[in-house]
Write a protein that binds this ligand. Structure first.
Ligand code: F6P
Length: 330
C-alpha cells in the first residue's frame, strides 16, 4: 500500500523463520541502502524474539562487509512463539518506539509475513517484507531468496546418489524440503532426471508410481531416483519406500533424507543478485511511503504485493513442467 510519506529516520532489519542462503546479501543491501539514503539502520537479532527483547545493534557500512558469500544469517533467526500473541507484538512495538525505529524490513517467509502484517495492522509501524525462504512458496515473486541455492544443493546431492545407485542397480527415494510446496522437488527432479517426483500439488498414487518403475525396469533402467517432497500426501521418503516395497520388489531400495543441508552453504549468484535487488527496493519502497507489502521480482521487474495476498494466494509449480518431466523420465 502506498500511503502518506512519513519521515523515516531509522529502519530496523530482521530475519525470521527458516534461514535461507542469500539472506546476508539482503541484509547488506538494506544496510547499505539506508546509508546511501542517509537513514540509520538497526539490526534486530534473533528475529521477532529480538524485537520483543530489544536485541538491537546499529549497523554501519562495515557491519555487513564480507558476508555476501556466507550462508545463514548474521542477524540470526527464530520462529517466535511470543510474537504470535498480541501481547508479544505489543512488547515489540514498545521496544521499537523506545529505540526510535520508525519502520521495519522483515526478511523471511510465510510465518514472518503473517506476523509482519498483524504487527502493521495493530501498531501502524510501516513494514516491508523481503521473501527469503528456500520453499519458493510466496505469491508475488518469481523466486524467493534461497530457492536457487537450495535446489542446486539438491541436484549436487542427487547427482552423487545417482553414482552409487548406478553402481549397485538400486532404487533411491530422496526426500527434499519445501514444506507444503513441491518447487524444489520438481525442479531438482527435472534437473537430475528423476524417474518420478512426488509433490503435494500432484496426486501420483503409489500404484501409479509402481507402474512407472515397472515400465522403467522393462525398458532396461538399471537404477532410479524418485524425489519425494516432504509435504507429499503419500508420506515422507521412508513411508513411500515402504509402501512401494510392500508391493514391488524389482529393486534393492535405499532412502536418503537430505534435510537441513539444503538450507546451508554459499548462496548462488542468482540468489545474491536477487537478494541485493530486493534489499535496495525494500528500503526505497519504505522511503517512498509503501508499507504492509512484500517486494518481489516478476519477469525481471520489482513489484510490490500486499503481505496479506503474498501469504494467502495459492502458488503451485508449473503443471507444464510436471507434464514435461513425465515425458522425459521414461
Ligand atoms: O521453510 C523452510 C524449511 O526449511 C522447510 O522447507 C521445512 O519444512 C522447514 O523449514 C524446517 O523447519 P525447521 O528448520 O524449523 O525444522
Amino acid at each position: 500500500m502506498e500511503g502518506k510519506k512519513l519521515k523515516i529516520k531509522k529502519i530496523g532489519v530482521l530475519t525470521s523463520g527458516g534461514d535461507a542462503p542469500g539472506m546476508n546479501a539482503a541484509i547488506r543491501a538494506v544496510v547499505r541502502s539506508c546509508i546511501f539514503y542517509d537513514v540509520e539502520c538497526s539490526g534486530v537479532f534473533q528475529g521477532y524474539d529480538g524485537l520483543i527483547n530489544g536485541d538491537f545493534k546499529n549497523m554501519h557500512v562495515r557491519s555487513v562487509s564480507k558476508i555476501l558469500a556466507r550462508g545463514g544469517t548474521i542477524l540470526k533467526s527464530a520462529r517466535s512463539d511470543e510474537f504470535r500473541t498480541k501481547a508479544g507484538r505489543q512488547k515489540a512495538a514498545k521496544q521499537l518506539r523506545a529505540a526510535k525505529i520508525d519502520a521495519l524490513v522483515t526478511i523471511g517467509g510465510n510465518g514472518t509475513f503473517t506476523g509482519a502484517h498483524l504487527f502493521f495492522k495493530e501498531h501502524g509501524i510501516p513494514v516491508i517484507g523481503v521473501p527469503g525462504t528456500i520453499d519458493n512458496d510466496l505469491f508475488g515473486t518469481d523466486d524467493t531468496i534461497g530457492y536457487d541455492t537450495a535446489t542446486n544443493t539438491v541436484i549436487e546431492a542427487v547427482d552423487k546418489i545417482r553414482d552409487t545407485a548406478n553402481s549397485h542397480n538400486r532404487l533411491f527415494f530422496v526426500e527434499v524440503m519445501g514444506r507444503d510446496s513441491g518447487f524444489i522437488a520438481l525442479h531438482a527432479g527435472i534437473a537430475t532426471g528423476a524417474i518420478a517426483v512426488l509433490l503435494p500439488e500432484d496426486d501420483l498414487s503409489i500404484d501409479e508410481l509402481i507402474k512407472v518403475l515397472e515400465k522403467g525396469a522393462a525398458s532396461k533402467k538399471t537404477s532410479s531416483v524418485v524425489l519425494v517432497a516432504e509435504g507429499d500426501a503419500n508420506g515422507g521418503a521412508y513411508e513411500v519406500a515402504k509402501k512401494v516395497t510392500d508391493k514391488y520388489s524389482g529393486y534393492d531400495t535405499r532412502v536418503t533424507v537430505l534435510g537441513h543441508i539444503q538450507r546451508g552453504g554459499a548462496p548462488s549468484c542468482a540468489d545474491r543478485v536477487l537478494a541485493s535487488r530486493m534489499g535496495v527496493a525494500a528500503v526505497e519502497g519504505l522511503l517512498a511511503g509503501r508499507f504492509d507489502e512484500m517486494i518481489g521480482i516478476i519477469s525481471d521487474k520489482e513489484h510490490f504485493t500486499p503481505l496479506q495476498e503474498a501469504i494467502s494466494r495459492n502458488i503451485a509449480p508449473n503443471k507444464e513442467e510436471l507434464r514435461m518431466s513425465k515425458i522425459l523420465s521414461i
